[in-house]
Design a protein around this ligand. Structure first.
Ligand code: ADP
Length: 547
């Protein structure tokens, strides 16, 4: 059966025990390793963080006593893995262009000394001849491409050096390729297989569900200290988190600021970001692993490769730029399976800078794609329905009603539960039913049309409110001028966002421009066409300012 998928020949488990110290494979691990060793097949694997990716590319050559190439974008991560492997008596090395004593390493390499050879993507494409010699002398079992989503422009971390890796299949058609990533949507998967030129790949995907993570969202106030204290407990005069904690910040400046605030609260922490010297970063990492500090305050540079199983809280002070990044970052919580908290603090201006970066993308399709990714993240932060389902629906195509256990998985579900317990009437219970916003939608659509489908949400909203603003002077004679006074500005903004999420409106960013343009989609035009004045229903689940 699927859950107990293990090798029948005991020699595989012996090697697993001897070198890795595990007595069983996780089900997918063996499936993948078996397909590499015994079928020589290409694999495209999407594995949720913490499932155990590393074993799938480390095991094969340890078993065969030949060698494997591992391509990864992060040198520090590769160096950590090399250290770890050596400690387990597995010979491994790192080869990069800036490497000293390369001659010595290469000599050992060609004599078959190394089971695992870690390389950067740049190095890999420059060393084809060496690899051919290695294959002839020793035999290459596998080429593993870690963080494979980096080949795709549709992903969250595109790297141009990854684009050239397609050449590997051409040069080594017989060597199986294993493409691995922790997050990928359908588009990204397709891109991985195509760009790496995988042949009839075996596709695997673990579940993305992490039922031990409790998800919540909080508005950021101006007072960092009181925001952070919300999730701490008080111990005498000091404050403390309940266990090891990572706080992610959008900028270096914020990390330093938060380290200061934590100090004031008596919480031990260190910052971690790309401008710190390697020595300081390593120190922060080490102290965190050994529980000598309770908190690392980091930019997203921290994380790939942390293997601390008991992180109890992942707190974002400022939003991530998209769901894929967010999911990967919170994936570092609770790898031991015990209950853990993921809190995202965000403010209305968090997205301005992201939107600005998006506006700088030249390619129109790509720009719009990135904008859509931003919007999805914004939706996550503002929904009142289950956040866990929302995240899973981003990655998985299965019927969301099959995802059980959404009573105590996030703040929204918890609120609903409390309201039910307190006997609130159905109409007042969080996200219990969709509400008809037909009349309001019609007003907003008309305002967008009247103003020419060429502004963001502000101008149409001001027209509806009958504002005296200079910006909208040109529209004050229009029939709908002032006819939306029955709702406030916040409401109209929230309605606009909800209609974007539901596909009635589409948002565009002009290259190099500030702010975005909102226009009606085919779906909205279709709705207007069939909406007669009496029966013009447009159902939305009310959230935030729509309530
Ligand atoms: P990923 O890269 O997928 O996030 P890792 O390869 O770092 O995950 O592995 C996550 C954790 O799971 C590690 O602590 C590792 O020791 C453990 N692990 C991996 N495979 C097994 C296994 N077969 N049995 C028990 N523990 C395992």
């Amino acid at each position: 059966d699927e859950m107990n998928y293990q090798p029948t020949d005991p020699c595989y488990l012996d090697v697993l025990k001897q070198y890795f110290g595990f007595s069983k494979f996780r089900p997918l691990q063996w499936k993948i390793i078996n397909s590499i060793l015994n079928e020589k097949r290409d694999n495209c694997v999407i594995m949720a963080t913490g499932y155990g990716k590393s074993l799938t590319f480390q095991y094969p050559s340890v078993f065969t006593k030949r060698t494997s190439l591992i391509i990864s974008p992060l040198i520090s991560l590769m160096e950590d893995q090399v250290h770890g492997l050596k400690a387990s008596n597995i010979e491994a090395c790192f080869l990069g262009s800036a490497q000293e004593n390369t001659t010595q390493i290469k000599k050992e390499l060609f004599s078959g000394h190394y089971r695992l050879v870690y390389v950067t993507p740049e190095y890999a494409i420059s060393a084809i001849e060496d690899f051919k010699r290695l294959d002839a002398n020793v035999g290459i079992d596998l080429i593993a491409v870690d963080e494979a989503h980096c080949v795709s422009q549709w992903g969250h971390d595109f790297r141009s050096s990854y684009r050239k890796l397609g050449i590997l299949k051409e040069e080594f058609p017989k060597i199986p390729i294993l493409a691995l990533t922790a997050t990928a949507t359908m588009e990204v998967r397709t891109d991985i297989c195509r760009n790496l030129a995988l042949k009839n790949p075996h596709l695997e995907c673990t579940s993305f569900d992490r039922p031990n993570l409790f998800l919540c969202v909080e508005p950021k106030t101006k007072d960092i200290s009181s925001d952070l204290k919300k999730y701490m407990k008080r111990v005498g005069y000091r404050y403390s988190y309940d266990g090891p904690t990572i706080i992610y910040c959008p900028t270096k400046k914020t990390t330093e600021e938060i380290v200061g605030v934590l100090k004031g609260l008596g919480v031990s922490s260190l910052p971690y970001h790309a401008s710190l010297p390697m020595r300081d970063r390593r120190m922060a990492h080490k102290k965190f692993l050994n529980d000598e500090i309770q908190v690392v305050v980091a930019t997203v540079a921290f994380g790939m490769g942390i293997d601390k199983p008991d992180v109890r809280n992942v707190i974002h002070y400022g939003s991530s730029k998209d769901i894929e990044s967010y999911y990967q970052e919170i994936g570092r919580a609770g790898r031991d399976g015990l209950p853990s908290f993921c809190v995202a603090f965000f403010g209305p201006t968090d997205f301005n800078i992201f939107r600005h970066f998006v506006s700088e993308i030249e390619n129109k399709t790509f720009r719009e794609h990135k904008l859509k990714m931003l919007r999805r993240m914004e939706s996550y932060l503002s929904i009142t329905t289950c956040r866990r389902r929302f995240l899973l629906s981003y990655f998985e195509t299965k019927d969301l009603n099959e995802i059980g256990g959404t009573t105590n998985c996030c703040d929204c579900c918890r609120l609903r539960l409390t309201q039910l317990k307190n006997g609130l009437p159905a109409s007042q219970i969080n996200n219990s039913q969709a509400v008809d916003f037909g009349k309001e939608a019609k007003h907003l659509f008309t305002a967008i049309e009247v103003t020419g489908n060429r502004f963001g949400l502000t101008v149409p909203t001001l027209v509806l409110l009958g504002s005296g603003s200079k910006k909208i002077e040109a529209f004050c004679k229009s029939e709908i001028f002032g006819c939306g006074k029955y709702r406030n500005q916040k409401f109209w903004g929230a309605l606009g966002k909800a209609l974007i999420c539901d596909g009635y409106l589409k948002e565009k960013v002009v290259h190099g421009g500030f702010g975005s343009i909102v226009e009606m989609t085919f779906k909205a035009r279709d709705w207007i066409k069939f909406a007669t004045s009496e029966k013009s229903q447009l159902l939305l689940i009310p959230s935030g300012d729509l309530l």
